[in-house]
Design a protein around this ligand. Structure first.
Ligand code: ZN
Length: 81
């Protein structure tokens, strides 16, 4: 089995901190990748709209600058006294 080629760019945030997350139990069938910036993960066998930065839906793109300002959902309730 050959080593999978890790994509250069995250489809969702367009950064380049992509790593190999896991591989298929049957060697060579698929690989999963993880973005270290926005934590998007995708499988190599998914269609282009989920794997290709050029065709990933613009409405779901994330600018890394906005990540620290994003709300925690669901919110974490205050501790009971
Ligand atoms: Zn990303």
């Amino acid at each position: 089995m050959s080593t999978p080629t890790i994509p250069d760019t995250c489809p969702r945030c367009d950064t380049h901190e992509v790593s190999l997350l896991t591989e298929s139990p049957v060697p060579g069938r698929w690989s999963m990748y993880l973005c270290g910036v926005c934590f998007y993960s995708w499988r190599s066998t998914e269609p282009g709209y989920a794997t290709d930065p050029a065709t990933y839906p613009a409405a779901f793109k994330i600018d890394p600058v906005d990540i620290p300002k994003m709300p925690v959902v669901p919110s974490i309730p205050a501790r009971r006294a």
